[in-house]
Design a protein around this ligand. Sequence first.
Ligand SMILES: [Zn+2]
Length: 217
Amino acid sequence: MSDGVDELLQGHRRFRRKALTQEREFLRRLASEGQSPDALVIGCADSRVVPELLTHASPGDLFVVRNIANLVPPLAHLDASVGAAIEYAIGHLHVPHVIVCGHYGCGGVRAVMEQSPHLAEFPSLHEWLGLAKEAVHRVKHEDEAAWWRAAVEENVVEQLSHLTSFPLVAAAVEAGGLSLHGWVYDLHSLDLQVYNVETDTFLPASALAGGPLLQER
Ligand SMILES: [Zn+2]
């Protein structure tokens, strides 16, 4: 898929051919009935971390926002893009779950660890990644690999706390109509680590029996 836009358009033709024959009814219903997704996913823009693929979700299942390092600017922040998605998904679509999904090996988190001088050449990126700085440096470790993993996890937990700066999130959680989830995807093992708020640790999804993952469809 990396050889250019022609390949993408060819891919679209293959998608359309398959969808028109095998999934026509499902997609027709989806188009006419509107969306009612199971979850809002706030994930990293990294091209390898595709929420629909790793959850085996279908069109209509997930309302997705992806940005560098899966960040949630607090309500007071000037960037309103993520906040707008949060308000629409919770206030209008009434999704019952919000999932912040990070991944080990995240380049955005790495850039924050390194405080790379190159970031000065990218003012928007520099400003954006500032939102992860506190969490990443809170778990600083001499072992770089251990720090990177811990920083990715801490960043997800930090973004969960930013979510509750939105009054409608806090109110929906309080009323029992909304659950917040923190996930970290491992590109090597393909496993998902799920945040457990009671123990403040991440546990492999494969070890959870009917835990906070989305239910099988
Ligand atoms: Zn990333």
